[in-house]
Write a protein that binds this ligand. Sequence first.
Ligand code: UDP
Length: 242
Amino acid sequence: MKKGEFMYEGKAKKIFHTDDPSLVLVEFKDDATAFDGVKKDRLEDKGVLNNRISEIFFSLLEENGIETHFEKKLSEREMLVKALTIIPVEVIVRNIAAGSLSKRLGIPEGTVMKKTVLEFSLKDDELHDPMINHYHIYAMELAAPEEMAEIEKAALRVNEIMVPYLRDKGITLVDFKLEFGRHQGRIVLGDEISPDTCRFWDSSSNEKLDKDRFRRDMGGVVEAYREVLCRLEGGEGSAVES
Ligand code: UDP
């Protein structure tokens, strides 16, 4: 598989063409951004960790019947994925109140939601990813109703797969963001699944093991990501005292 022409650069990843038009190469960068790119930093090895963590989650989901864009890991920072036409709707799944939900609705962070909450945002940095609903999605023709039905079902299933898997590793899955795209007429899960896009809390101490450490200047960001990977790989915890 040959790395082809540069295609696109996002906040945390670069995308390249390959010699197969149905596949693209994702390169995970060390750049960290928050608050729509206002806060920026370089976190050494973050890209390596997110590439490996995403590989683990995508493989887990594939084993459980969710089609993802993941094909294979190519190097420390690179994975080969299916070329998707991304649907510009971010799908947020929430088990526990945190972040923008706590702020918006006044629900204290850490409150367990009685029912899993699904939210949708328009993927548009300039507009600060505004929250939208089905009416907006259909009026703007971002996705068709049948596609949304499939996306919602897949997002809830991803949650059902990830929650117990992570619980076994001493991690509480608080919330996460997914992106879907179209590939050869099918809806496929894309983007990444990592501590950049999920909230992970240590199950016994509730210590944050995700990007909130960066957003909130808590320090130990890469150490927390490494701790997540270590637990996913079945190793002994190191960074977290219990
Ligand atoms: N999230 C993300 N990208 C975004 C917005 C949110 O990956 O552009 C993730 C975020 O890391 C968290 C979940 O989606 O796991 C819910 O985020 P929230 O709406 O609370 O926004 P935040 O507090 O991160 O601004």
